[in-house]
Design a protein around this ligand. Sequence first.
Ligand SMILES: C[S@@+](CC[C@H](N)C(=O)[O-])C[C@H]1O[C@@H](n2cnc3c(N)ncnc32)[C@H](O)[C@@H]1O
Length: 237
Amino acid sequence: MNGHIYYGDSLQIMPTLPSESIDLVLTDPPYAIHYKSNRRIVKKKFDHLIGDMPGDWIEQFAAQTFRLLKPDRHLYCFCRHDTYPRFYHAFENAGFKMKRTLIWVKNNHGSGDLKGDYASRDEWIIYAHKGRRLLRGKRKDNILEFPKIFSSKLLHPTQKPVDLLRLLISKSTDRGEVVLDPYAGVLSTAVAAMMEERDFIMIDIEQKFLLDGYGRIVNNEKWDNYKVTIPSELLSK
Ligand SMILES: C[S@@+](CC[C@H](N)C(=O)[O-])C[C@H]1O[C@@H](n2cnc3c(N)ncnc32)[C@H](O)[C@@H]1O
């Protein structure tokens, strides 16, 4: 099985990948607002996420994912309620058939405006088709209940649970197919792909996240089954 890790701007790296070479896009892009986590780790706040700015990158990202997917394949994209319309229309304009929004319901809520807002316990996931592919396994509803990762265990401020990613990969691909995450953070999607025995292509612009993620995949129980390429400048810096 194969894995490829790229270090850099996904809007520059995706255009270098061949058209119709990917079986699933599963990603969690920057939130398109000036995001800063309030969760503290070892008394240090996370820095602002690079790339987390308004701009026209959403349209370019959507167009590239459509080009890269093989015909009759799926896309999942995490987003917030306030950036959802922008992502939804970008995917629709790129040619995707918009199927449904999945709701990840967490076991407890986040912080935010403690007195003036409802506490948020959900995250939204756009699910779209390029062409049409049937979902694998038993029919499932669109409410996905998975616990959040404990703050003390987080390597990344918006790290996603591997079990949730495994579910989406297993519903939308077969063994040996290729999963792309162009905003991969600490490689949660790669860990999930390995557990489901899928190939993977991961991109992120932050060296620290990729190095932490690399540690996770090297320690994965399926590591010996994989040949993983990683840029030498990532490991040597
Ligand atoms: C919401 S986080 C993804 C977290 C991931 N789901 C995980 O579990 O670790 C978005 C990621 O996009 C990365 N990013 C931002 N701009 C980027 C760009 N232009 N190209 C590639 N990655 C980028 C950030 O470094 C960040 O790790």
